[in-house]
Design a protein around this ligand. Sequence first.
Ligand code: FAD
Length: 519
Amino acid sequence: MFPIKLGVFMTAITLIHSVFAEDIPNPPQALAFHGSDWPDFDAHVRRWSSYSAPKFTGVFKPRTEDELSQGVAYLAKTKQRFLATKAGGHGNSPTLGTTYNEVVQVNMENFRHVIFGKDGDKVTVTVGGGARMQDIIPRLHAEGREMTVGSFPCVGTHGVLLGGGMGRLMGKHGLMIDSLLRIKVALWNGTIVEASESSYPDLFWGIRGAGHNFGVVVESTFKTYPDEGGMHYNADMVFTDDSIDGVLETAMEVIEAGLEPSVFLILGYLFDETAMKPVLFINIVSAHDTEAGKSVSARFASSSSQGITRVHFNETLITFAELGSGAALPGVCANSLSQDLYTASSPSLFSPESMKAVYASYASFISANPAANRSILLFEAASPHVIASVPDDATAYPHRGKMVTNAIIQVTWDDESLNEVADAWGRETRNLLARPENSGYEKLYAYINYANRDEPLQALFGYEEWRWEKLSKLKREYDPEGYFDGYHGIPRVVEGWYGKEAAGAGSMQKPMSTPHEEL
Ligand SMILES: Cc1cc2nc3c(=O)[nH]c(=O)nc-3n(C[C@H](O)[C@H](O)[C@H](O)COP(=O)(O)OP(=O)(O)OC[C@H]3O[C@@H](n4cnc5c(N)ncnc54)[C@H](O)[C@@H]3O)c2cc1C
């Protein structure tokens, strides 16, 4: 729809006129547009996942808000597709690759500022659209403040924010979007607007949950919270294989009884390359409430009556900065591997039978495909009450109170010949967990930032028709030409939503005939 001419970029700004294709006008002279022969090109377009990744033809790297505005206006005027990225470059949705075969990267690395301020009695932090989690977490810690942030340092603050923004503190402080006070955005034509409850409130509503669809974020301002001394209880534990029944049943009891707001529980499967078998582990974090954390840990102590043998147990107190360092799962941030994510949610925990079946299937999958041995499964659980305390219609994020546990199936491999088999295993695993008898939901609910490409759009944006109407109207108004369609794009017409709703998660046992990327 928006043809890109190959070779339209130049190696240096001064060469614009000599190499620019004649049928596309040159970009404004002073702007930092670079072609694929730029020596730094590869470093700029490298991404976390090479699987179904967008293919960049050039890089536009604005240095100021004004340059961003001019460059985006130029790209739209010349009908060249673009994708704002390279804060983290961790957006793994295969829709990016299928939408963007030839696309200009709007590289936001010059927008990594983190500035503290005051808004009435609130202590705020303004974060640039190119900042990564590693840019804000240590700064918050140094200021004695905290907020919900993503769990890994390498990930972009804004890719996370725009889908809602989950993290270990969400039981206490809600989603990242729930702390957002205002956001400055370059629209498709380069116009810069600031959205908040009182300025462009409709756009502010849409950005909070469907935010990849509307513009390039210059910066966002959040309220922050005192860090109450800053220490977090952290416990890591590993169990024997034959503890799986006891651990899963105990986890179900703990989650059904309700987690304290301070607690974030991860139950996961890793692969031990030396022993050539999966490892069943749990990580528990409790923000400023050691007793709450300890009481959950105690439930997983070795016990013959529960059938649990805990072979490793390490309890510590760590700072907010250490919590966000990603030390719990080193290697997760490694770039350029093939990565494919699938997800499903449960109002409590997935049935122990299904999680046990997934453990066995994971062992078989890795044994048969050793090149995929960095794949992991995470079941992340938190108290839903603070998130649910925000009215359901207050933001585009549609899953308030629904996602007590999210399953994250992260298939990782480094051999392209495995593309199909790896993707199929991820999808089948999600399908098994998402069955109503396993997830507890008749329909699939999927957090957009962990979603793949075959979910019904409603699973990402909500099953209520009023949401489809509102989102499509916003899309027509703020992205009429579809420049921001690449990350789970919203249909511009309401009709685009009808007839696509899956009857229920069970319908995904076969590949869906209308995956949402084809809408
Ligand atoms: C290792 C890892 C850990 C993760 N942990 C969490 C977590 O704790 N919580 C959570 O909620 N999610 C988490 N995620 C999922 C994460 O939210 C998504 O992968 C997200 O898309 C990554 O954003 P990014 O900015 O790094 O990626 P990018 O690929 O740079 O961006 C992803 C999408 O966001 C858009 N985008 C990014 N920046 C801007 C901007 N400034 N303006 C406009 N659009 C922009 C891009 O255009 C693209 O559509 C994790 C993912 C990974 C790989």
